[in-house]
Design a protein around this ligand. Structure first.
Ligand code: URA
Length: 196
């Protein structure tokens, strides 16, 4: 699919998402947060859910955690706007930043699947436990599985990484610290897409 076709398909999907009232989150959010970045990118990053700043702006990962994510990506040589397409497991902010329920995630799952089918990324980065749970049976924690390649479907590889909200509380850059491990995970992802 060339980029114009992808953009057109995503625009149509966005219109449907903006009308969605499948769960109660639609009534309490300010803006639906559809995506950011490049639909032609090889990497798709899936986070948990919009927070307050994402809800206000309609753009994923723009708050404190988002700024740290952008920095971590830059440090690994990944350009957020060009090399990534960014989404969340749900498009509407759960009140008080609680974790989205299984029902809320299910209501949004067809939209997420459609985004994956249109973008057709080579790699999906599962950012944090909620995204990981959406693509596994809950058999692994992030600490157990992060950094390892997972075969998803349609030849897509996935890798789970620590969520930047967790990393905001972990300042150490020492060898083996969560920030150091995340840097190494992002470098592996960067090397993988480069050899393509
Ligand atoms: N955390 C997420 O998981 N997604 C966002 O968009 C912002 C913070």
């Amino acid at each position: 699919m060339d980029i114009e076709v992808k953009q057109k398909a995503l625009l149509e999907l966005k219109k449907v998402v903006f009308q969605c009232k499948a769960c109660d989150l639609a009534a309490t959010c300010t803006n639906k947060v559809f995506s950011d970045g490049n639909p032609g990118a090889k990497i798709m990053l899936i986070g948990e859910a919009p927070g307050a700043e994402e809800d206000a702006s309609g753009i994923p990962f723009v708050g404190r955690a988002g700024k740290l994510l952008t920095q971590l990506l830059t440090d690994a040589g990944i350009d957020r706007q060009n090399d990534l397409y960014i989404v969340n497991t749900v498009k509407c902010r759960p009140p008080n930043n609680r974790v989205p329920t299984d029902f809320e995630k299910k209501c949004c799952s067809d939209y997420l699947s459609a985004q994956i089918n249109i973008v057709k990324p080579k790699v999906i980065v599962l950012c944090g436990a909620t995204a990981l749970k959406s693509f596994s049976k809950g058999e692994y924690t992030i600490s157990q599985i992060r950094g390892q390649w997972i075969d998803l479907f349609d030849g897509i590889k996935a890798m789970a990484i620590f969520h930047p909200s967790f990393l905001l509380r972990k300042h150490s850059l020492d060898e083996g610290s969560p920030r150091d491990l995340t840097h190494k995970d992002l470098l592996r992802i960067k090397r993988f897409i480069e050899k393509d």
